[in-house]
Every structure is written in C-alpha cells, then in structure tokens.
Design a protein around this ligand. Sequence first.
Ligand SMILES: *[C@@H]1O[C@H](CO)[C@@H](O)[C@H](O)[C@H]1NC(C)=O
Ligand SMILES: *[C@@H]1O[C@H](CO)[C@@H](O)[C@H](O)[C@H]1NC(C)=O
Ligand SMILES: *[C@@H]1O[C@H](CO)[C@@H](O)[C@H](O)[C@H]1NC(C)=O
Length: 486
Amino acid sequence: MQSADFDLDMRLLSASAIALCAISLSIVWRVISSHRNNAFKEDIAVDDNWIIQRLNLPETFEFHRYRMKVREQEDMRRKGVVLMQKYLDVSTPLATINKSEGNVTLPPSSEQMSAHVPSFRHLNTEETQFLVLGLATKFDDIIPVLNDMRRWLSRTRTRLLILVTDKTCFVREREAVDKVYARAAELEIRVELFPYTVPEETDFTREWGFVDRLFSEAVNEPKAKWVGIIEEETFFVSLPQLMDTLTQFDHTKPLYLGQLSESWSRVTHEGMKACGGAGVFVSVPLLAAALGELDMCNAFEKGLNHVRWRDCIYNITDPRVRLTQVEGLNQLDFRGDLSGWYEAGHEKLLSLHHWKSRHSHPVPAAHMVTDIAGPDSFLERYIWPADRVILTNGYSIVKYPMGVPDIRTPELTMVEDGSTEKAPDWKEFHHSLGSTRPALEIGVEKVSWKFVNAWKDRKGNVRQFYVRYGAGDGEKASVIEIDWVA
Ligand SMILES: *[C@@H]1O[C@H](CO)[C@@H](O)[C@H](O)[C@H]1NC(C)=O
Ligand SMILES: *[C@@H]1O[C@H](CO)[C@@H](O)[C@H](O)[C@H]1NC(C)=O
Ligand SMILES: *[C@@H]1O[C@H](CO)[C@@H](O)[C@H](O)[C@H]1NC(C)=O
C-alpha cells in the first residue's frame, strides 16, 4: 500500500452531495496562548449562598475547609499517590451551617498546605493542530456535547468534524445551525457540521458516513498526522498530553491505535477492537487505504460499535495492520459503584468515557482543577497517613477508619456492564486492571465524601465541594471544601 494516495480526496469531494447541503461559514479563530486568568463566566461562583443552593444540602450541615497551595515541580511525574504533610482531619468540622439563618458566609480555612504537582507550563497546544476529530451525533445533542468538551477542546487547534445523523440537509435549518456555530465560537472550539446523507437506523458505525470528509480535512493544511474517532461522552484529560503520546508512534505508517474494553466478556464477544468512546486513532495513510477499499469496507458489520473500522483495517491492509493498544485510554465498560476505578491512582490517564450514561460523575466540573493544578493533578491521589484519609482529586475524599488498605491494587467495587446482576469473575478485569482487592464495607471500613461540583473565584482559584449527604440515621450532612490556589 502506498502511504499517500492523496489525489483520491479530490475525486471523493467532487462526487459528494454534501457540499450542496452544507452551509459554509467563515469563522475567525482567535488563538489564545494562555487562559489561566481567562475563565468562562459560567465557571465563576457568585457568592457562598449561591454555591450552597447548588449543592442540594439539607437545612444544616457540617463544614470543613482546606486550602491547597499549588506548587509546580519540574522533575515530578504523575504517580500512584502523593504523600501529604500536615493533616486533613474530617472528624472536627470548622463550623455547623444553618441555611435558614439567612445570608450565609462559609468560614475561611486557617491552614494552608502545599500540593506538589508535575509542572505543566511546558504543555502547549501547537501539536494539537495535527489532530482531526470525528464525531457522529444527533443535532440536538451538539451544544450539550460542546459544553462538556470545552474543558479539553476549547482554545486548542484541533478541528472537530461532526456528522449530524438526523439531518440530511441544513438549508432549511439555517438558524439552528448558525446557533451551534455561534456557541462553538463562544467556546473557542473549531467545529464543522456535516449533514448525513445516507441515514440507516441500525448503523452503529455512523462515522463511516463521512469517512471521505475526515480524510479530505486531514490532508488540508495543516496536514493532520492523526484522525481520531470519538463519541459524545469521550473526555480527554489534556490534548497536548494526548499528542505527546501519539507522537511516539510513526504517523507516516498505517497505524490503528486505541484501547480494548476493560471487560473480558466483551473482548471475547466482540474481538480485538479499539473502543470508540476511549478514542480510536488512525494515521492518515491508513485512512487513505480504507478509502481506497470503501465499497468492500461498507459491506462489513455495522451492528456493533466500531467493529467496521477493525474489520476494514484487518481485511484491507497488507502487511496486516493490527490494533496497537495505548495505555491511558479508557472506555469504562463498568456499572455500579465505579469508585474502585476512579480511586485506583492512575499513573497514565488520557481519556474517560460513559461518565453520564453507564455511570454518573460530573467529570467536566471535576476537571476544572486542572486549570490551576495541571492535568496530572486530575484523579491524582493525596494521602494523609496519620488521618487515614485519601483525596482523589475531583472524585472523593475517603476516610478509612479501620486503616488504609493496600492501595496499590484497585478496589473491586464495580461490575461488568453486561452482567450487572452478579459479581465479576476474577478474570473479568484482569487484562485491564491487573489483580484487584475486595470491596470494603461502606460506612464501616470506608467513609466517603463525593465530589459534587466546583467553581472558580474571581482570581481563578478553584473551589471544590466534596459532600457526604448523611446516612439517614441522624448522621449530619457534611461538606469538605478544598480550595486550590495559585
Ligand atoms: C436553623 O435556623 C432556623 C432559623 O433561625 C431555626 O428555626 C432552626 O431551628 C434552625 N435549625 C437547626 C437544625 O438548628
Ligand atoms: C451577605 O453577606 C455578605 C458578606 O457578609 C455581604 O457582602 C452581602 O451584601 C450580604 N448579602 C445580603 C443579601 O445580605
Ligand atoms: C476478511 O478477510 C478474510 C480473509 O482474509 C475473510 O475470510 C473474511 O470473510 C473477511 N471479512 C469480512 C467481514 O468480509
């Protein structure tokens, strides 16, 4: 196979009916190099009362507050756990707050701790111009998806192409389409919408509907190195870090990168395929090869997500291209209590998925802390051994009253997505998580405050709120605020 058969795209483009139906818009993209003090207005808290209203708390609750001074360190890397000085004492609240007493002010914390984080000043968005992302979704879902993706996509140079699966033409939808483009411009996301000209209800590999457009965008200037296929809930922790990882592979060769499901039952059922939600990456030469055999690939299985990509790639390449697994991409094919996964202390973390369908965690809000503490602080664990307390940044604060368990292995709290009734077999997550430890008894061995929301103050500091709503047996609700300050 030739690595570049680039005149192919001209043929495909001219044959395409899409051009007649699409609305072309010229948007001038502002390039912003640093946005640390340039928060979106919806991220900024109005005042303490406004915050309390949004946390859904009962009339009275206990309140704790800790201040973490962020200290960037050049020689530090993301690790399984960071040892903390001082204390995080969850047994003695700073105050008890009664909402009915009117204008409430949350008391300030008296102590400040240092949180050491890997330096993130060197991360730049330059390389993100070499990635083109493709997503297929319904028209009404686009703005919510962009709102979620702004955390990682806005102010980068990556282009997002969206195939709108429930519109065959935009000409009569001009106003609604303009609205999407206006929102994307506001969020500083580079989006282009394409109507879906050949809708098929059972097609779960919908992005095939614009594989030619993905290719022609990829060979436009700047020429992309990678085309990424994603889904509505795909959440990248940092595009610059993702590009650092992709750069380790040779984009001039035909390559298929991604990650398997965490669930062995799924792998045995669906085979060795890259899961779409975790992010699938194909190099441009491989995409060119797929386009060359489009008719053949169109005939392959379309009833299972992303199987057609695999079948096409495995069947048309010579020598055969196989899936290269990339550590840090996560499909999250779990259900139930995912604390075992979130609290596992990830040493490499590139993507998350299913955070608002198969499980529920406010990942975009949890990720806000990265604006001030960098991407390697997200889901990093901080331990106060004497207090038997671990903060998993953006997920939970856990007290282990009977002692901290062996946190080198993940706690098996979750179940396999397809068989939620029974506890997973010991081999179920073996290939993805390694060995696990049994789940602790909630409320006895493990007492958790869950991350609920976060906002910025006017200086750009991030205020996170971890809440324990109370067990219902007279236990008071309890809130721990962690302030990350520059
Ligand atoms: C909260 O304050 C209101 C108004 O002062 C008072 O009526 C109520 O009893 C207080 N609640 C508790 C649990 O102290
Ligand atoms: C609430 O208290 C704050 C500070 O104590 C004050 O600035 C603010 O004006 C008060 N708001 C109302 C509605 O009384
Ligand atoms: C892929 O190619 C193999 C032979 O290499 C063939 O047996 C198989 O049917 C092909 N798969 C599909 C889905 O056509």
